[in-house]
Design a protein around this ligand. Structure first.
Ligand code: HEM
Length: 125
């Protein structure tokens, strides 16, 4: 498969993962806001699968971009994104253990997401 097609495939997987992760985070926030009673495992599964697809697409793009010389090593903007990704992974525990903080947790997730997009598009450092 030529590098450009691979890049488009990994970019699609990356963005699908972002959509699935944030829809699931929204569902987890709603469950937490309603007192945390478990209705379905689906939001937690969606959160896990979504973040996995973000990582798969992200590292896939990284490998292709390194191979064609567009990126050298691991630039700081990518390290920031990985830390944000870990934060979004940890949000599920906060929704479960601290439902009283649901607004702050969801606000933090949105801020993390926006920062990750800014890092990817502007690559400020
Ligand atoms: C935390 C959640 C994340 C969000 C919201 C996010 C968002 C984005 C967006 C919107 C793009 C641009 C896609 C496009 O140009 O069509 C992108 C590109 C990219 N992301 Fe992420 N990303 C996240 C996490 C990650 C992680 C964890 C990695 C590393 C494994 C990663 C690696 C990349 C790479 C390599 C690109 C391509 C940059 C380029 O085209 O030069 N991202 N990301």
């Amino acid at each position: 498969m030529d590098p450009n097609t691979k890049l488009m495939l990994y970019r699609t997987i990356h963005v699908v993962g972002i959509i699935l992760s944030f829809v699931s985070l929204g569902a987890l926030a709603t469950i937490a806001a309603r007192g945390g009673e478990k209705r379905s495992k689906l939001p937690a599964i969606g959160h896990g699968v979504g973040l996995f697809l973000v990582l798969l697409g992200g590292f896939g793009m990284l490998a292709v971009l390194q191979k064609i010389g567009m990126i050298q090593g691991w630039p700081p903007w990518l390290i920031v994104k990985l830390l944000l990704w870990i934060g979004l992974g940890g949000a599920i525990a906060l929704f479960k253990r601290r439902p009283d903080m649901v607004k702050a947790t969801m606000g933090g997730c949105i801020a993390f997401g926006i920062t990750a997009v800014v890092m990817a598009v502007f690559k400020p450092f």
